[in-house]
Design a protein around this ligand. Structure first.
Ligand code: ADP
Ligand code: MG
Length: 700
């Protein structure tokens, strides 16, 4: 097998060549790069540089300085080599260019000896160090020049991710060899028509260029081809998943009759906003079908998403199905339960709470009711997804604050080929690039307007010298009867993190600025019962100020609270700050948010906070956050369950994403299941990369 002539090998076999067998490679090197997930020639070809070094800075030897990335040219005057035994060796050359002499050195590359001869004109690129009065390049990039050749071979050197025991030099060599010997082997996945339509470089041209571009333009053209391909395959997978959900699962049809509509509207103490009506219409249309709904409802904090959810839940119950509402925290689940209890006083809906903190008897009673169908409506947390929760006839599941739940969690309530309708809600506006990728298998409704009575929140950056005035302002609001939140990033003090903690703040406020008021504390390490009590006391107005961590971030709704204070605001993302601020201004009183910044804010942090104070538009802030911090795990990138992107950068490649998405959806619509032989390779790539994560099974 090892001796099989290369000419007879298929491209597939060629690409599977183990790295140890590549020209110039060694088993030791091959085993080191395995830590980077690199095993074969193919892996090396698609191990894209994470950066490039510009070596176009051409110097004469007398212009050299230490550690600058430069290129020099000259004639070899001397070649020498030595060996220390134990297999260690050194090859050196001395190069002269009329202004001075420089040295090039290679360790443990005895074969380099034969590549050099006195009188050759060469070009060395890299960083030089002064050694014994002479500049020395260690393992420079070398190019052999004809006598009068001027152009450098490649002014952009690829920079690869490395691992222990492998140098940039060796990594470059490995990839370079793979490119020289195998770059023509990978088959083109795109048709000629697609390549032309989207101005993409063919694979055989893009591969050498991405690893050794001659200029910025070539680099960008090569990169664009791979970015497009990566995003195209992702979008195909998302299209396939949507398709599979549509044809693969059946949901209960939940039509909204005029009578049901009237009954629900009568329960509500207010008129719906135009946005709520539009979203309700979209949802009603979806759940009337036997194709499961998979819809994302986005709306800024306070935009009134709960009502849309409530409407759908009641339609489901009226249709004889069970419905579930899942919240990310127990506090929120209990708050939803309270809201519902108020609204459903007169109705016959049998609804129950299912959360982690319940005792065994309570829990088993709820579970029995869920299984028998006696319980129509369940409000809960993740506990709803746990073992032993069996619905008799689940028609609709609403998931509040979706970014804490991933694709897999959504699958957990399915049984066989039946699935509930899903409505997922998020108050973190999701930048479009993210909703097109991580949530790309969902339909989207957006609430853009705010309910009437919603008051604007005025935000201040409170500098240390303005604190006294700020505290007077807060005390005035409290004396007027309003309530306030004080949020800190940490529970307890920390030696390693410079940020205010809730415990410290509680101590100092109750003994200082807010000594005359009833102050309480709430954080994630308290028992569920204690948290509940603290929340209940605040809701009832028994406490005036609630000092807490971000456990109050999402959804907590206390209309009388009008002041939000945020300690160490630079520790939070913009979207998170906006979430926090959204807790106030909810009840007809104007809202105020004070960012109690510390003195040593960096410029970047100050800019971010100024942007936060300047706008109340959550969508704008989300886009900005995304630009500044990248997708991170703000949107649950990790929980989304999708493998990470290897080359595309969503903040930067937005246009390519739009283009790839349209192209992929068009292709999938024309050939659902990708059965056309022309699409075999794309289909294979899609399944290899996303089959497991998106549970694509065998599409088509
Ligand atoms: P969010 O989108 O942040 O979940 P909520 O659903 O909690 O927002 O609604 C915020 C507040 O606005 C709640 O107090 C709710 O009762 C109120 N509200 C919702 N819709 C309307 C409306 N159409 N008119 C007046 N108040 C509304
Ligand atoms: Mg909410």
């Amino acid at each position: 097998m090892d001796d099989a002539p290369v000419e007879n090998a298929s491209p597939e076999q060629l690409l599977a060549t183990p790295i140890a067998k590549l020209r110039g490679s060694t088993p030791a090197r091959a085993s080191r790069v395995r830590k980077l997930g690199l095993r074969t020639a193919r892996d090396l070809l698609f191990f894209f540089p994470r950066d490039y070094e510009d070596i176009s800075d051409l110097r004469t030897i007398d212009q050299l300085e230490e550690d600058a990335l430069v290129t020099v040219r000259g004639v070899i005057e001397e070649v020498d080599s030595s060996s220390s035994g134990f297999g260690r060796s050194r090859v050196g050359i001395i190069v002269a260019d009329g202004t001075g002499h420089a040295r090039g050195t290679w360790f443990n590359q005895p074969f380099m000896r034969d590549k050099f001869a006195s009188g050759q004109r060469v070009q060395l690129s890299g960083k030089a160090k002064l050694r014994g009065g002479r500049y020395e390049f260690s393992h420079p990039r070398v190019a052999w020049l004809e006598a009068d050749e001027a152009a450098p071979a490649t002014p952009l050197l690829p920079v690869y991710g490395l691992t222990d025991g492998i140098t940039q030099y060796h990594m470059r060599k490995l990839v370079e060899t793979a490119v020289e010997d195998f770059a023509t082997a990978p088959p083109e996945v795109f048709s000629q028509a697609l390549l032309e339509e989207h101005a993409l470089l063919p694979i055989a041209r893009a591969l050498p260029l991405i690893h050794g571009p001659h200029d910025e333009k070539e680099k960008e053209a090569a990169r664009r081809r791979f970015v497009f391909q990566e995003l195209f395959v992702l979008q195909l997978a998302l299209a396939a998943r949507r398709y599979q959900q549509r044809v693969g699962f059946r949901a209960i049809e939940l039509p909204t009759t005029a009578q049901v509509d009237a009954r629900i509207l009568r329960l509500l103490p207010f008129e719906l906003t135009a946005g709520q009506r539009a979203a309700i219409e979209q949802v009603s249309r979806d759940i009337a079908e036997s194709t499961p709904m998979n819809r994302l409802l986005q709306g800024d904090v306070g935009s009134g998403k709960t009502v849309v959810a409530l409407y759908a839940l009641l339609v489901a119950v009226a249709g004889g199905a069970q419905a579930a509402l899942m919240a990310p925290t127990e506090i929120l689940a209990r708050q939803h339960a309270l809201t519902l209890a108020g609204l459903l006083k007169q109705s016959r809906v049998n609804f129950r709470l299912l959360v982690g903190g319940q005792n065994e008897a309570e829990r088993s009673e709820v579970l029995t009711g869920i299984a028998s169908g006696d319980v129509n409506l369940v409000i809960g947390t993740h506990a709803l997804l746990s073992e032993g929760v069996e619905f008799k006839r689940l028609g609709l599941a609403v998931i509040d604050e979706q970014h804490k739940f991933g694709v897999r969690q959504r699958a957990a309530l399915r049984r066989g080929d039946s699935s509930p309708h899903y409505l997922v809600m998020t108050a973190t506006p999701i930048p479009r690039t993210i909703s097109m990728t991580q949530f790309g298998d969902l339909d989207v409704s957006i609430l853009r307007d705010m309910p009437p009575g919603r008051q604007p929140v005025t935000t201040y950056l409170v500098a240390p010298e303005q604190r006294p005035r700020w505290w007077k302002f807060v005390r005035d609001r409290l004396h007027e009867g309003r309530q306030a939140y004080f949020v800190a990033p940490l529970v307890d003090g920390s030696d390693t993190v410079a940020a205010v903690s809730a415990s410290q703040a509680f101590e100092s406020l109750t003994n200082g600025e807010l000594a005359e008021f009833r102050v309480d504390i709430l954080h994630g390490r308290m028992t569920p019962a204690d948290k509940d009590d603290a929340m209940a006391r605040f809701r009832a107005g028994q406490t005036q100020v609630l000092v807490s961590t971000t456990v109050i971030e999402v959804g907590v709704d206390v209309a009388n609270a009008s002041v939000m204070m945020i300690a160490s605001p630079d520790r939070f993302g913009l979207s998170q700050l906006h979430q926090l601020r959204g807790r106030v201004g909810r009840g007809g009183f104007p809202g105020f948010c004070g960012c109690l910044a510390e003195e040593e804010l960096t410029d970047a942090a100050r800019k971010r906070l100024e942007a936060f104070a300047a706008t109340n538009d959550g969508f704008e802030l989300a886009e900005l956050d995304f630009k500044l911090r990248g997708p991170g795990d703000l949107f649950g990138a990790k929980q989304s369950g999708l493998p990470p992107l290897m080359i595309a950068d969503l903040a930067r490649d937005r246009e390519t994403l739009e283009e790839a998405r349209q192209a992929a959806h068009a292709l999938f619509a024309a050939d659902p299941g990708l059965k056309n032989p022309e699409h075999v390779l794309l289909r294979k790539q899609m399944l290899t990369r996303y089959g497991a994560a998106l549970e694509l099974g065998d599409v088509g």
